[in-house]
Design a protein around this ligand. Structure first.
Ligand code: SF4
Ligand code: FES
Length: 266
């Protein structure tokens, strides 16, 4: 976790007892008004051992180059907005530490497989459209009046989906997914994990709608089972497992003639 004592100006007076070192951070810059294509820019950043990569990037913006653009909000691996390629791997920059890349040069790029809007900011419209399409909320099986009380659920029923409910929509798994990189029509790991989160919820009644998405050509059957998505997920969601469970559900639907069966290849 980043140390709350830091401001965005790098090491401060409270760090007087800590060794300050310097790391070279190379950032892939893209300013559409001046760059025909992305270019690397190098910065020298002083840091202490408890500074995250996000704090390093904030230091660049505040002290060296105010034109650098990137997203962040919570600084504690909750909001999912600070994802970047860090030395070629998709990571949350607030959960990744500069000390782990020293000595050496750290390379920071925008998340792979998404269009670059500016510097480290990528376009997420495609992901948001996909997310909205799966109805990422509970559609009650039976509408109830307030007077009828809560929708009750046993711990065992909750266990069916709980792991998948930890997704923070950070899209690291999309940057890790070779299939999404080749064909952006593929629904992708994070959305399929959330789809399973709601389909596996005993209170939900929209499984038939979502299974149409699971069984469609751009649904689970386009996954080539690389499973790097689960390796990079910062919240332990295991989207590859969700995709596999959905493949089983889709195959069952096929044999039972239910919605969500695997579509024949075109
Ligand atoms: S499944 Fe994991 S990596 Fe993918 S969007 Fe959700 S939290 Fe991020
Ligand atoms: S700033 Fe929110 S997850 Fe990193």
């Amino acid at each position: 976790m980043p140390n709350a004592r830091h401001n965005n100006k790098g090491p401060d007076m409270s760090d007087a007892d800590k060794p300050v070192r310097t790391i070279t951070i190379e950032v892939l810059r893209y300013r559409p008004e001046q760059d025909r294509e992305p270019v690397w820019q190098s910065y020298q950043v002083p840091f202490t051992d408890d500074m995250s990569v996000l704090q390093g990037v904030q230091y660049i913006k505040d002290e060296l180059d105010g034109s650098l653009s990137f997203r962040w909000s919570c600084r504690m691996a909750i909001c999912g907005s600070c994802g970047m390629m860090i030395d070629g791997k998709p990571k949350l920059s607030c959960k990744t530490f500069l000390r782990d890349y020293h000595p050496g040069t750290l390379r920071v790029e925008p998340l792979a497989h998404f269009p670059i809007e500016r510097d480290l900011v990528v376009g997420l419209e495609d992901f948001i459209d996909k997310l909205e399409s799966i109805k990422p909320y509970i559609v009650p099986k039976e509408p109830r009046q307030l007077s009828q009380g809560e929708y009750l659920q046993t711990p065992a029923q909750r266990d069916e989906y709980e792991q998948f409910s930890s997704c923070i929509n950070c899209t690291l798994c999309y940057a890790a997914c070779p299939q999404y990189g080749m064909d952006s029509k593929f629904m992708g790991p994070g959305v399929l994990a959330l789809l399973h989160r709601y389909n596996a919820d005993s209170r939900d009644g929209a499984q038939a709608d979502r299974m149409q998405i699971v069984g469609a050509e751009e649904g689970v059957w386009n996954c080539t089972a690389v499973a790097y998505c689960s390796e990079v997920c910062p919240k332990g969601v295991d989207p590859a497992k969700a995709v596999n469970l959905n493949k089983v559900n889709s195959a069952k639907a096929y044999f039972m003639g239910l919605p969500g069966k695997k579509e024949p290849a075109r």
